[in-house]
Design a protein around this ligand. Sequence first.
Ligand SMILES: [Zn+2]
Length: 277
Amino acid sequence: MPELPEVETVVQGLREQVTGRVISSVTQRRANLRIAFPPRFDESIEKTRITNISRRAKYILVHLDSAQVVLIHLGMSGTLRIMPKASHQVHIHDHIWWDMDDGKRLVYHDPRRFGLMTLADEDSLAEHPLLAHLGPEPLSDDFSVSYLKAALSKRHIALKVAIMDQKLVVGIGNIYASEALFRARLSPFMPADAVTLKQSKALRTSIQQVLKEAILSGGSTLRDYVQSSGDAGYFQHSFAVYDREDEPCITCHTPVQRAVQAQRASYFCVNCQNVNR
Ligand SMILES: [Zn+2]
């Protein structure tokens, strides 16, 4: 599943390639992905100009000069690819494509169809039902140390589960939660409401570092092929603890352990992260 850094990389690639382009025509091959496309979606966006591409949580936001915004979520297996129209060999899971006025084609491909594509008004974007409940962006000023400390203090649940709650902060998926906690030397099992101000500061720094590094390592993989390829991809980013069960901790050489929390695998060093369970 693409996580925030992968989505951000897609956004940066798209922004370079399609900002300023007019969508000349849309080919929609089915009525729904995870949810239905809006009625007459193709007509709604045809002949509009793309003014910018941005991101909120894991939603890709395509801003149009019609004051509408296309919200795209890649789900588990969605990819967006840009290619010259003439070189597109249509695949069964290519569900929709947009032709641009420069001869390029943007193709949405999604074998499992957990993704979505829908429309919102620019004016009321923040109140859209898919976005309204979301917490602050982890790389924004809103995600301050004092905010994080206060938000954690209201949650008597395991710290790793708390930081994966999209109402607390968006975009910290399973991989980056384990990595950030290792780097901050905090146990994934400690109660969120026991985290001190000093620990909150370390955690915020770690979260931002792991996400920024992943975005940077992804940026270099982009050419004219914008993609987000699911689990196997992750830009071959190397992780300190994630998926390294029984391998030596990179800091102290204690074997990395794995445990399941809220149905998700957590990876940690009992020594560096002072884990008592
Ligand atoms: Zn260690």
